[in-house]
Design a protein around this ligand. Structure first.
Ligand code: GUN
Ligand code: FE
Length: 436
């Protein structure tokens, strides 16, 4: 098949957050051309420079006035919690018991799982998210259904069956052995099939026995390119509980460390109640800390210390944490991350936030060069953002004096309405219907 070229403003990032802050790592082309072939970026450059050299077989799609950037990467959320988003509770543990566990019981039914996965993936695409680290439920059927739907859409998704063998309702428990066996079967079936990738998913330390964490660690060792995802240091009541359950460990993080669950391609949600020893250990092992600001505010969990994580060299990603989080939109999640940083007297620039949601997440997940970028060779997962999507956005971005100001208005005032189109593997997967 022929090449397709997209004309628009183009934006992507090439390096670390510090360099982003200085603007050196930003590639911005006010009138650019993105050439896509066979699901990958073939070329990128100024329209004027590239247009003349395009062959007759290349069609040009005109997105002038819009901004094309890499699709967003949401590094932590739960697809079975789609229907309990915005359920009020007095903090994490009551929320889990009252809403989350009963809801997750529905996902042993493959039909329900498939229908929910369809809605969930459509919602991600409407919000411009093209890759996500997704929790399923304890039921292998829930992971099977999710991968089927993601594979059918050719999306690069990372997902896994939850492992939990204690401290949760009987109807949601596996055993150390069955959890490991079912996870391994899913790895063999789905990891590397098309664009699908597997994540070992022990829910969090309180719901796994040491035996289960041990078997999970063995799988993590045996399958080095498989991901690991869990929750860490989210809530003070959870911290107390963990201390009682694992009295011999120096810290919550140390439990995961003990079982071999800290390494590249491991991603931990929340990471609020850490100390400097923990941060250095995460940095040393290349473990990703996932900042979930809308969830942390909604559940009252605490304020993630981005400045401390960054200073210690911990890789950081952003996560919506739906259904603890209150939005599928990574723009809204960036806005919340900005506000949380402000509460401790720090500033997060729009450049840094867009970096964290694209290239930064890709690097943190060991997927640099593959996703999160528009550099040649990357998979063609990109979005078309509309700085005029709403009357207020149009009015505000018209007044922006710099790219930073324009991007800042876009993330603060934007949501799914600001996503004009989403492409995955070079195919149009969502286009916003024109509205009044
Ligand atoms: N900790 C353990 N399970 C969960 C979950 O489903 N959501 C959140 N936010 N935290 C958790
Ligand atoms: Fe979560």
């Amino acid at each position: 098949d022929g090449k397709i070229a997209y004309r628009a403003q183009l934006l992507y990032f090439t390096a670390s957050p510090e360099q982003i802050a200085d603007g050196d790592a930003t590639v911005y082309l006010p009138d650019g051309l993105l050439v896509v072939h066979d699901g990958h970026v073939a070329q990128i450059g100024d329209y004027q420079a590239l247009a003349a050299s395009l062959g007759a077989d290349t069609s040009v799609v005109d997105w002038r006035g819009k901004l094309i950037m890499p699709g967003f990467i949401d590094t932590h959320l739960h697809y079975p919690q789609t229907d309990i988003i915005a359920s009020p509770a007095e903090g994490l543990l009551p929320w889990l018991e009252t809403y989350t566990f009963p809801e997750e019981s529905r996902f042993q039914n493959s039909g329900h799982a498939a229908r929910t996965a369809q809605f969930f993936l459509d919602e991600l695409l409407r919000c411009g998210t093209t890759t996500a680290l997704v929790y399923c439920t304890v039921h292998p059927e829930s992971a099977e259904a999710f991968f089927e739907e993601s594979h059918a859409r050719q999306l690069r998704m990372v997902a896994g069956k939850v492992m939990m063998d204690r401290n949760c309702p009987d109807y949601l428990q596996d055993t150390a052995e069955s959890g490991a066996r079912d996870s391994e079967a899913l790895i063999q079936r789905w990891h590397g099939k098309g664009r699908q990738m597997y994540a070992l998913t022990p829910r969090f330390a309180p719901t796994s026995t040491p035996e289960q964490l041990g078997l999970c660690g063995e799988l993590a060792q045996r399958y080095q390119d498989v991901f690991i995802q869990s929750h860490l240091a989210e809530n003070t009541a959870e911290m107390e509980w963990v201390k009682q359950l694992f009295p011999d460990h120096r810290s919550y993080l140390d439990i995961y460390d003990h079982f071999g669950l800290l390494r590249r391609r491991a991603a931990y949600g929340h990471c609020i109640w850490l100390d400097e020893t923990d941060r250095h250990r995460m940095a040393e092992t290349g473990t990703l800390a996932v900042h979930c600001p809308t969830s942390n505010l909604f559940l009252g969990s605490g304020l993630f210390d981005f400045a401390a994580a960054n200073a210690a060299g911990v890789p950081v990603g952003l996560g919506t944490d739906v259904g603890g989080g209150t939005s599928f939109s990574m723009l809204q999640t960036m806005a919340a991350a900005h506000n949380v940083a402000r509460m401790s007297g720090h500033h997060l620039s729009a450049h840094t936030l867009f970096y964290l949601a694209t290239e930064g997440a890709a690097q943190g997940l060991d997927l640099g060069g593959q996703i999160g970028t528009l550099a040649p060779g990357a998979e063609a997962d990109f979005i078309v953002l509309d700085p005029q999507a709403t009357p207020l956005l149009a009015r505000r971005t018209a007044r922006a004096d710099s790219l930073e100001e324009m991007l800042f208005a876009l993330l603060t005032l934007g949501d799914d309405r600001a996503v004009a189109a989403t492409y995955a593997a070079g195919r149009l997967r969502h286009e916003r219907s024109p509205s009044v």
